[in-house]
Design a protein around this ligand. Structure first.
Ligand code: DAH
Length: 329
C-alpha cells in the first residue's frame, strides 16, 4: 500500500498515472490479487479484511485522480507557454507591396481632375490609323507624323503613340458637353535616358458650346493643376504646334531643382517643360461630326512627372523592377 502511494507521488506524467492505475485496479492488479487471496483467510477475519481492502481501494482511487488532474494541468500550462504569442515582442518588418511611383503619380493626377468633375475614359492600346492619326488632323504623309515613331502591325493596326485617340472615341460615343481625362499606356520606338518604348500619358479634353471655352479657361485649370502637383512654382505658356490644337502651347514650370537659377536638369534654362495643350482644332471636331462647339485639350507624360517629383535621373530605371529602387517609395 505505502509502496503504491509513493509511486503515485513520484509519477511525473498522466501516462505514468494510467500505468499505476492498471497495476492497482487492473484484472491482474494488486487489489484483484488481494481480494482473491481473501478466500484463504480465516472466516471471522474476512469481513475485516474486505473492509480494509475497500478503504485502500477508495484511497488509492482518490490519490490517483487528484494526481492526474495536477499533472494534466501542468502539461496544459507547458503547452500554452510553448504555443502562446507574446504580443509585446517586436515583429520582423513584413514585405508588403507598395504603389509603383508611376501609378502613384497617375493616381494623383486622376484624383485632381476627378474632383473637377472630369470623367475617366479608356481606349484600346492597339489602335487604328483613323483614331490615332487621321481624326486628330494628322493626315497620311503629313510631316507631323514624324513627331512620333510608331510601332505598326499589319493592316493599319498600330500601338497607340499617345492617349489622344481616346478624345476621338469619347466624342464619337457621347454628345457634348464633355469633360474627360484618359490615362493609359502608350508606345513609341524610343529608348534612352528620358524615353522608354512604353510609357504613360494622361489626356484631357473639355468640349462645350461654341464660344464658351477659351484659352483663359485652359490656362486657369492647368495652372491650378501644376501648383497641386509641384507646389509653389511659376508656370509659363510657350507657343508651340500640335496638329490637333490651334493655337497650341507647351507649358513649362520654373525648375524645381534650382528654383529657376539654371542647372543641369533644366539645361541651364531655369524652366522644365511638362505638358502640351491648346484649343481643339476645328478639323478634329469635323472628323467626329461635332458642330457649333469649342474646346480645349491637353496631354502629359506621367513618367516625366514622376521623375521630377521623385528626382529619378534615368527614366528606364522605373521599369527595371529593381527592388532597391522601388523600396525607396
Ligand atoms: N498627344 C501629344 C503627345 O503625345 C500630347 C498632347 C499635346 C495632347 C497637346 C493634347 C494636346 O491633347 O492638346 O505628345
Amino acid at each position: 500500500m505505502t509502496e503504491w502511494i509513493e509511486k503515485i507521488e513520484k509519477a511525473d506524467s498522466p501516462a505514468k498515472i494510467e500505468e499505476i492505475r492498471v497495476g492497482v485496479f487492473g484484472k491482474k492488479g494488486v487489489l484483484a490479487k488481494a481480494f482473491s487471496e481473501m478466500k484463504n483467510a480465516a472466516n471471522e477475519d474476512k469481513a475485516k479484511i474486505a473492509k480494509e481492502l475497500n478503504e485502500q481501494k477508495a484511497k488509492l482511487n482518490t490519490l490517483l485522480n487528484e494526481k492526474k488532474i495536477i499533472l494534466e494541468t501542468a502539461a496544459l500550462q507547458e503547452a500554452m507557454k510553448a504555443e502562446g504569442i507574446d504580443v509585446s515582442l517586436f515583429a520582423p518588418r513584413s514585405e508588403a507591396g507598395g504603389t509603383h511611383p508611376v501609378m502613384d503619380t497617375m493616381d494623383r493626377v486622376i484624383e485632381y481632375f476627378s474632383n473637377l468633375n472630369f470623367s475617366v475614359e479608356t481606349g484600346p492600346m492597339v489602335e487604328d490609323d483613323f483614331h490615332n492619326f487621321e481624326a486628330l488632323n494628322l493626315p497620311k504623309y503629313h510631316p507631323a507624323r514624324d513627331m512620333q515613331d510608331t510601332f505598326y502591325f499589319k493592316d493599319e493596326a498600330l500601338l497607340r503613340t499617345h492617349t489622344s485617340p481616346v478624345q476621338i472615341r469619347t466624342m464619337l460615343n457621347t454628345k457634348p458637353p464633355i469633360r474627360m481625362i484618359a490615362p493609359g499606356s502608350v508606345f513609341r520606338r524610343d529608348f534612352d535616358i528620358t524615353h522608354t518604348p512604353m510609357f504613360h500619358q494622361i489626356e484631357g479634353l473639355l468640349v462645350d458650346d461654341k464660344g464658351k471655352v477659351s484659352f483663359a479657361n485652359l490656362k486657369f485649370i492647368l495652372e491650378g493643376f501644376l501648383h497641386h502637383m509641384f507646389g509653389d512654382v511659376e508656370v509659363r505658356f510657350r507657343p508651340s504646334f500640335f496638329p490637333f490644337t490651334e493655337p497650341s502651347a507647351e507649358v513649362d514650370i520654373s525648375c524645381i531643382f534650382c528654383k529657376g537659377e539654371g542647372c543641369r536638369i533644366c539645361s541651364k534654362t531655369g524652366w522644365l517643360e511638362v505638358l502640351g495643350c491648346g484649343i481643339v482644332d476645328p478639323n478634329v471636331f469635323d472628323a467626329v461630326g461635332y458642330k457649333d462647339v469649342s474646346g480645349y485639350a491637353f496631354g502629359l507624360g506621367i513618367e516625366r512627372f514622376a521623375m521630377l517629383i521623385h528626382q529619378i535621373p534615368d527614366l528606364r530605371s522605373l521599369f527595371e523592377g529593381d527592388m532597391r529602387l522601388l523600396e525607396q517609395f
